[in-house]
Design a protein around this ligand. Structure first.
Ligand SMILES: [Zn+2]
Length: 309
């Protein structure tokens, strides 16, 4: 595939991974100071060739790529880490302590994803392999890591998953939000919370939003998709409002005894009403996170809470 690159700053390039042949679905971010390079997100294993073509098209020799950071270990963010690490044995893969064991041995991750995707697993995500232990680097909240031309600050940001980091680049003041900053399509004023199971935690997510809001970033870079500048307070507000409002919708439905299919229809209707006001095609959001996944995440969260009451 012809590489699609977007220059975000002097040192930072977005590589569009063209997942399933679609643009603006999954991004990887390349940071290059002219000598060495770092990558934030690998994307899935199925798009590693596109990723590496993009790295080289950005003028970065593969030997210069030294550091890889993943925001969390979901397959659309880090599924390619093992393949990449094996192809580029000089790289180091930086990951949250909770995620590290699953990059070292992806068998549990694969076992939990397999029933969701069935025989689509391979064609969607590619062949997932382990990151060699000697290439794994566990990083923690508060770490400041030297990267080419800058420093990356690590922020523990649970809520979407317990193995999630956001990364703040000190030089550009851009914040790489993974999934904790929501899904937002270029040119659209709409942020969808990817409330994927099994670790959704609404309260923790709101605390992470509060933390990241306070950073005074100049721009947000969610993995789905691209760089957003301008009114970032609006972005956080929209994300938080929808995270809570959709959560309430699901909670009320569950309390009334609705099954997941009925809830799915309710949530789709709610989203359609929201999109009608915007006049844009909502299907662009569905590729990054499906309604089935949204409902399953919320339902699991509330059922757990109801059981504990
Ligand atoms: Zn995720």
């Amino acid at each position: 595939m012809t590489p699609i690159l977007h220059q975000l700053s002097q040192n930072i390039t977005l590589i569009d991974l063209q997942f399933r042949g679609r643009v603006e679905t999954i991004a990887a971010y390349l940071i290059f100071d002219g000598e060495q390079a770092a990558l934030i997100e690998t994307g899935p294993a199925s798009t590693v060739d596109t990723l590496l073509d993009g790295v080289q098209a950005a003028g970065v020799p593969l030997e210069a790529l030294r550091q890889i950071f993943v925001t969390h270990i979901h397959l659309d963010h880090a599924g390619g880490a093992g393949v990449l690490a094996r192809q580029l044995p000089w790289t180091r893969v930086h990951v949250h302590p909770v995620g590290a064991p699953h990059l070292a041995d992806p068998s549990k991750l694969l076992a939990s994803a397999a029933p969701l995707y069935g025989d689509q697993m391979e064609s969607l995500w590619g062949t997932i392999v382990a990151v060699p232990a000697e290439q794994l680097v566990v990083i923690n909240d508060g770490d400041e890591i030297a990267i080419p031309g800058s420093t990356l600050r690590v922020f523990e940001t649970s809520g979407h998953a317990r193995h999630h980091h956001a990364y703040f680049d000190a030089k550009s003041s851009l914040l790489f939000t993974g999934d904790i900053g929501g899904v937002r399509m270029p040119g659209v004023r709409y942020v969808r919370p990817p409330t994927t199971p099994p670790e959704l935690d609404i309260e923790a997510w709101r605390a992470s939003i509060a933390r990241l809001r306070a950073l005074d970033a100049t721009g947000l870079c969610p993995t789905h998709f691209g760089l957003f500048r301008g009114n970032l307070a609006w972005h956080w507000d929209d994300l938080e409002w929808r995270l809570v409002a959709w959560g309430e919708l699901v909670r009320v439905q569950l309390e009334q005894g609705a099954d997941e299919n009925a809830i799915l229809q309710e949530l789709k209707a709610q989203a359609a009403a929201e999109f009608a006001k915007l006049g844009v095609d909502p299907s662009r959001y569905d590729v990054a996170v499906s309604f089935e996944s949204l409902v399953a995440g919320y339902a699991r969260y509330w059922r757990q809470r109801m059981r504990n009451e």
